[in-house]
Each structure stands twice: as structure tokens, then as C-alpha cells.
Design a binder for this molecule. Structure first.
Ligand SMILES: [Ca+2]
Ligand SMILES: [Ca+2]
Ligand SMILES: [Ca+2]
Ligand SMILES: [Ca+2]
Length: 424
């Protein structure tokens, strides 16, 4: 009973403790309204309260989410690319290979370095692709010191891994393009609480930036962030990076001879292959996928992204067959590949074979009586049989004597079925 009481009390304390930032948000909103009605442009930033598990905010098109993964920390799971570590209340920095570093970044190449766009995970949300960035914060445990604000987040692309000379929204050393700015649609801050996922390496926030903002001809991503203007930085570093998700790849082949084996047959382009997280046989909007290339190859990156589960996990990989009527799958025999996915692994040779069903038709015509004179009435019998493997869709049925008979026949004729009509 005592234990229960303690738990109850802790819950109460937690509830109380977490209520405060919500009030702040309301105050900020009231302030914003008040300022909006006056002529003085003294706008405080919009405070986005992301202090509770499950909190999300969409800021200038990017999705910010409180993130409390349970995976183990360290290499092989998380790839850091900029660590900001000072004891200053306000701290900032960006990733580059250039030394000396300009702001408050950790100088180790293990933690602050250039990062390829191709190594930023691509994940779907409602079938739209986003680039996923993750943030690990470290603060004092005790509220309100556990709170930290993220006040600036700017993401650039460039071809220079040693870019430097940061000024207002640009760099002096090399060309760059601003892809995303958290303050681009108005001044915003995100308030986070370290207590949600305590510990170094335990990430606290993930940010999803629409992939179509990124110019894929540029190689490197540069992420600049600033913390502590609203809720000051204290104990411990802040670090941005990416989860090292597993990938899945294979070839989709046109199994021309239908033997379920790839005999060097041509690839099939434009087919969707996906990881069926919920095993319902349907490609859902949050399930990672790839479209096969002209040679039939595909690679699904970021398997496991968006899932609250730690890896390893076992999931089935399927193709979307119903986007291709008239085709059947010949490989794998089960209809899917089943794979146990673990961090930072590439799973290959998950091939799919398909064959186009062969269409064929047979039409017969007979007449009674077989011998007649000009004034006799004769009856013609016409039979259409689907002798192919796939459904037939009627275009037209025209007889040289009887004319257009299309209206007498049904629109569809299943494989193996036949339809007979008589005409006088
Ligand atoms: Ca801001
Ligand atoms: Ca800190
Ligand atoms: Ca074959
Ligand atoms: Ca599914």
C-alpha cells in the first residue's frame, strides 16, 4: 500500500511539474495576441511546448516530436554529427569538417563533422517523405532546470564539407542553400524537458523536414542550432545526429518462363516494395518503401523509423501486387520475405519474381439449319470463350453478316468462362 501511495504521489508531482510549461504557452499566446493588436513589433517567440511524451508541433512545415526511444545508446545505433557542449546559458553551433570550429561545438571529429545528405534517413508520414534528424539533450535533472529551449534551427545544403564563416543565414567560405529555417514563418522556440528521456545518447526530440525541400545534387547537410534563450542551457551537451536504421534491398525480375527463378531475366520498373509493420498485407502511409528502378533494383532505407519499438524486430516485406492487374507473383513462394532487422545492417537479396498472365480468346459461330433457301429463317449461335489466364474486358464483337453484337455480351469474361448467344 505504501508503495502504491508513493507511486500515486509521484504521479501527482509529475502532473503538477509538467503543468507549468502549458501555462507559459498560454501566456505567450496572450502576449502574442496583445502585441499583434498594437503598433509595436515587440513580438516574443511562439513557445512550442514539447515537454510531454507525445507532444508534437508543426513549425514552418517541419514536424517536431517529443521522442523517447528505448534503444541502447552509442555507436551502431546513433550517428552524431554536431555536439554543442559548453556551460553557457546560450549556446550554438553547426557541423563541418573545418577546424578551428567557430562557436560552441565539440572539436572531436567523432562528434562534429560533415554529413552526407544521402546518410540522412528518409521516412514516410502519410506517404510523404521526410528527412529525420534526432536531438539528444542533457540538462540537470531537477525541474525547472531540466527544461531547455531550442531557439534557432537552420538546415543548409552545400558541396563543401569544410564550410565555415557563418553569418546571418549564410556562410562566407562556400556556397550553400538554406533548406529549412525554424523561424522562417515567424519567431519560434521549442521547449523541451530532459527528464522525459534522461541520459547521454537517449534522444529527446526528432525533427522531420519535408524531403522535397532538399536539392539532391548537393552532397552535404549543415545543421545550425541555438539553445537557451528561453530556458537556459546547463549541465551536459546537446547533440544532433541520425539513427542508423537498417536497409533492405533486392531485385524485382520479370519471370518470363514462370519457374520462380531469376534466370537472368529483365528487371521490372515501377513496383512498390514495402515493409509491412502491422502485417495486414496493405501498404500503409507510415510503412517504409521503395519503387523499383529500371533494372528492377530497389533499396528501402530507414527500416524501423517511426516505430516505438527497439530493434531487432521481425517484419514482412511485400510488394504491392494490385497496382499491376494481369500480373501474378512467382517468387517468393510465400508471397513475402520475412526478416529480422537490427541496427545499421543492410539486408540484401530480397528478390521478387512476377509474370504477366497470358490473355487468349476463342470465338465459334454455328448456323441452323445448315442448308436453307432464301426465304428460310436461320439461327446463328456465337460462343466466346476466355482461353487465357486473365480476365477479358470486352472491346467490341462484330460479325461480318450480323453486324455489331457488342451489346449482347457482358463487359467482363473471367478466365476459363464462356458466353453464348443466338441470333436470327
Ligand atoms: Ca526562434
Ligand atoms: Ca545542456
Ligand atoms: Ca525464370
Ligand atoms: Ca501494413
Amino acid at each position: 500500500m505504501i508503495l502504491k501511495d508513493q507511486n500515486e504521489r509521484r504521479k501527482l508531482v509529475d502532473t503538477k511539474r509538467h503543468r507549468k510549461p502549458r501555462l507559459w504557452l498560454m501566456v505567450a499566446m496572450v502576449l502574442a495576441l496583445a502585441v499583434g493588436g498594437s503598433l509595436i513589433a515587440l513580438a516574443a517567440p511562439i513557445l512550442n511546448d514539447l515537454t510531454h511524451p507525445g507532444d508534437t508541433a508543426t513549425i514552418n512545415g517541419a514536424i517536431f516530436e517529443v521522442f523517447t526511444p528505448t534503444d541502447p545508446t552509442g555507436s551502431g545505433v546513433f550517428g552524431p554529427f554536431v555536439r554543442i557542449s559548453t556551460n553557457k546559458a546560450v549556446e550554438h553551433g553547426y557541423n563541418t569538417d573545418w577546424r578551428p570550429l567557430e562557436f560552441d561545438e565539440n572539436k572531436s571529429k567523432q562528434f562534429t563533422r560533415s554529413w552526407l545528405l544521402s546518410d540522412i534517413p528518409l521516412i514516410p508520414v502519410d506517404y510523404v517523405m521526410y528527412r529525420e534528424f534526432q536531438l539528444d539533450i542533457n540538462q540537470e535533472k531537477k525541474y525547472p532546470d531540466s527544461l531547455l529551449s531550442l531557439d534557432k534551427l537552420e538546415i543548409y545544403i552545400t558541396d563543401d564539407p569544410e564550410i565555415h564563416g557563418k553569418t546571418d543565414h549564410t556562410f562566407s567560405s562556400a556556397a550553400s542553400t538554406l533548406v529549412y529555417d525554424m523561424d522562417g514563418g515567424g519567431d519560434n522556440s521549442v521547449i523541451m524537458d530532459y527528464a522525459n528521456n534522461e541520459g547521454s545518447g537517449k534522444r529527446d526530440l526528432r525533427v522531420l523536414v519535408p524531403d522535397d525541400l532538399f536539392d539532391r545534387t548537393k552532397q552535404y547537410v549543415v545543421l545550425y542550432s541555438l539553445f537557451g534563450e528561453e530556458n537556459g542551457n546547463n549541465d551536459g551537451y546537446e547533440e544532433w545526429g541520425v539513427a542508423l536504421y537498417p536497409s533492405k534491398s533486392g531485385i524485382k525480375f520479370n519471370d518470363l518462363n514462370g519457374n520462380g527463378v531469376n534466370d537472368g531475366e529483365p528487371g521490372l520498373e515501377g513496383w512498390t516494395i514495402y515493409v509491412d509493420y502491422n502485417d495486414d498485407g496493405v501498404w500503409d502511409g507510415d510503412e517504409p518503401f521503395a519503387i523499383t528502378e529500371s533494372d528492377g533494383s530497389y533499396i528501402i532505407n530507414s527500416v524501423g523509423a517511426g516505430q516505438p519499438l527497439d530493434l531487432p524486430q521481425t517484419w514482412k516485406v511485400r510488394e504491392v501486387l494490385d497496382e499491376h492487374p494481369g500480373w501474378i507473383q512467382t517468387y517468393p513462394a510465400s508471397g513475402y520475405h520475412e526478416e529480422t532487422f537490427n541496427w545499421d545492417q543492410d539486408y540484401t537479396d530480397n528478390d521478387f519474381g512476377n509474370r504477366r498472365l497470358v490473355p487468349d480468346v476463342d470465338v465459334t459461330k454455328s448456323v441452323t439449319p445448315t442448308v436453307s433457301k432464301a426465304t428460310d429463317t436461320v439461327t446463328y449461335t456465337i460462343t466466346v470463350t476466355n482461353t487465357g489466364e486473365t480476365m477479358l474486358y470486352k472491346d467490341s464483337i462484330i460479325d461480318t453478316v450480323l453486324g455489331d453484337l457488342s451489346g449482347s455480351f457482358a463487359t467482363d469474361l473471367a478466365a476459363g468462362a464462356s458466353e453464348t448467344h443466338t441470333f436470327d
